[in-house]
Design a binder for this molecule. Structure first.
Ligand code: SF4
Ligand SMILES: [Zn+2]
Length: 318
């Protein structure tokens, strides 16, 4: 039991884990190019390289990113080689995301001696996006920024502004930590992207959309330029347990649709929903594919598009 009343501790989170995947320190575990709406509202191709590296030292309740990580630090030179491997196989892209299932500025994840070699491989991109924990934002971000030819953007997990839920997530971060990180980065011209969870545990039933939108609004108010809303998912062992115990409920597709529409309506910055694996939320095969496509188009156009009509949608009670 932690201080939020959530009956889960770090050892419980670790004990519930299914086995991790076998990954190769010399290869990224995935890479792809996909379109995204950029800060000038153009749709541009963005390469994402999912780097293989040592597991993040935090133990967030909802995290399943450790599945594609290693127990050991990668040797110097491995990360640049992984980037080379992906870039040799990917089509052209204007921007690049280096996502490492953790924190780019954790030296146990990405060896600092590799920063120049990494930066040299990113010369042709118009923007470089990495992810990091707010408490690991420091001068090292600025050092890496100075090595880059392109602007740097750092994606930070805000997760939620519901403070009890945030504590229960075991992220070891307060809203003040998040605000401090955004201030440090934006004051040095590093753009901030925020990740926000829809329906994390402890957010009251029925209030998931409202808290997600409040979280997006908070990130924008601090200076984030875009927010990506993520439907909290099971898959790491402990979340399934919480689901069985009624302490966690995956959002419905309607809630994800509403959260994006409300996030866009704020008019404060770009709002996205993370479409990875959201097909699991489809309950009706008649409208499901069209609704996912609508979300994809809303991400790209940053416009709220008309609802997809279907007989499965019941009129809310008057
Ligand atoms: S900080 Fe990010 S990568 Fe690390 S455990 Fe938390 S959610 Fe996972
Ligand atoms: Zn339907």
């Amino acid at each position: 039991m932690n201080d939020t009343g959530m009956p889960v501790s770090t050892p419980d989170i670790l004990a519930a884990r299914p086995p991790r995947n076998i990954v190769d320190p010399q290869r990224p575990y995935a890479f792809l190019v996909e379109p995204e709406c950029d800060d000038r509202r153009r749709v541009v191709d963005v390469a994402t390289v999912f780097l293989t590296n040592r597991e993040c030292p935090f133990r967030c309740l909802m995290c399943d990113l450790w599945k594609n990580t290693l127990r050991e630090r990668v040797p110097p030179g491995a990360i640049p080689r992984q980037i080379d491997y992906a870039l040799a196989r990917l089509g052209p892209a204007r921007q690049i995301k280096l996502y490492n299932s953790g924190n780019f500025f954790d030296p146990q994840a990405i060896p600092r001696a590799d920063y120049p070699a990494i930066a040299s491989r990113l010369r042709d991109f118009e923007r470089v996006i990495v992810e990091n924990h707010p408490r690991l934002c420091s001068d090292h971000c600025l050092r890496f920024q100075q090595l880059l030819a392109a602007p740097l953007e750092i994606a930070l997990g805000l997760e939620t502004v519901h403070t009890a839920a945030l504590r229960a997530l075991n992220k070891q971060m307060t809203l003040e930590d998040f605000a401090r990180a955004v201030e440090l980065l934006t004051s040095h011209d590093i753009a901030v992207r925020a990740f926000v969870l829809l329906n994390p545990p402890l957010v009251p039933p029925g209030a998931g959309v409202q808290w997600a939108v409040r979280s997006v609004e908070y990130a924008f108010s601090l200076g984030a330029t875009c927010c990506s809303i993520i439907a909290t998912r099971p898959g790491n062992g402990i979340m399934e347990r919480l689901e069985r115990e009624g302490l966690f409920r995956q959002p419905a597709l309607e809630e994800l649709e509403q959260a994006l529409a409300d996030g866009l309506a704020l008019g404060r910055g770009r709002a996205f929903v993370d479409l990875w694996d959201v097909a699991r939320l489809v309950r009706c095969n008649r409208c499901g594919p069209a609704r996912l496509e609508r979300l994809r188009q809303m991400n790209l156009t940053q416009q709220v598009l008309p609802d997809v009509p279907c007989s499965c949608r019941q009129r809310p009670a008057e």
